[in-house]
Design a protein around this ligand. Sequence first.
Ligand SMILES: Nc1ncnc2c1ncn2[C@@H]1O[C@H](COP(=O)(O)OP(=O)(O)OP(=O)(O)O)[C@@H](O)[C@H]1O
Ligand SMILES: [Mg+2]
Length: 237
Amino acid sequence: MLELKNITYTIYENDKKKHILEDVNLSFQDKRTYVITGPNGSGKTTLAKIIMGIVTPTSGRILLNGEDISHLTIDERAKKGLSYAFQIPVTFKGLKVCDLMNIACGEKNNVASLCEYLSMVGMCARDYINRPLDNKLSGGELKRIELAMMMARKGKVNIFDEPEAGIDLWSFENLSKIFSSLKLSTNIIISHQRKIIEVADQVIVLKNGKVEKIGEGKSFINNIEQIKCGKLRGEND
Ligand SMILES: Nc1ncnc2c1ncn2[C@@H]1O[C@H](COP(=O)(O)OP(=O)(O)OP(=O)(O)O)[C@@H](O)[C@H]1O
Ligand SMILES: [Mg+2]
């Protein structure tokens, strides 16, 4: 179980104090899928980066199976099974797609397993395994490669930051399949998409840096709009 205890992240802008996150308390049980949603700027990505150790909170603790991991580095958290797919994927100069996949799972993949992961995200492995991971790849291609990397990695806690961003409508059924294939892990998915929110065991709504609401089921999802956290995508657009 991953637990966030009283996580606060405060910055100073022109000498004025601003809470990006304020006293966030959340528990993520093993083998369950959570979706974090909420308006732009509500603190979702910051929270993901705090879990991963990319951003250091002003106060609060993070526990993984009861162990305080608050002071561990990104690498140390990764070794404990935390895995993060960025909202905007990073490119790696000098690395090829197959290198990233091999680094992700800590061993050399054969073409067949690379093919399996890449085909799950709608890509033909043979066209991509030797492509450099640079900005010649489109935004959607990078996003898909990152998803394939997450599957190859088989983390214990997988954090996906807007996995649907930049991916065309191919994605939704397949994205649900990807999350189902990771059912042995805890999945924390940041998303604005109704179809993705629907795969969650529990939905967490962040607003102005605070947990606004937590719930599950269709009626809760229908209520999200009523609590003015912004229109969900995937209905009339
Ligand atoms: N280091 C920083 N300095 C100043 N402002 C910051 C910093 N980090 C985050 N913010 C601000 O904190 C707020 C939360 O940002 P964050 O990226 O976590 O939002 P988000 O919920 O992921 O939004 P989106 O849905 O647009 O991805 C934003 O207003 C952002 O501008
Ligand atoms: Mg974000």
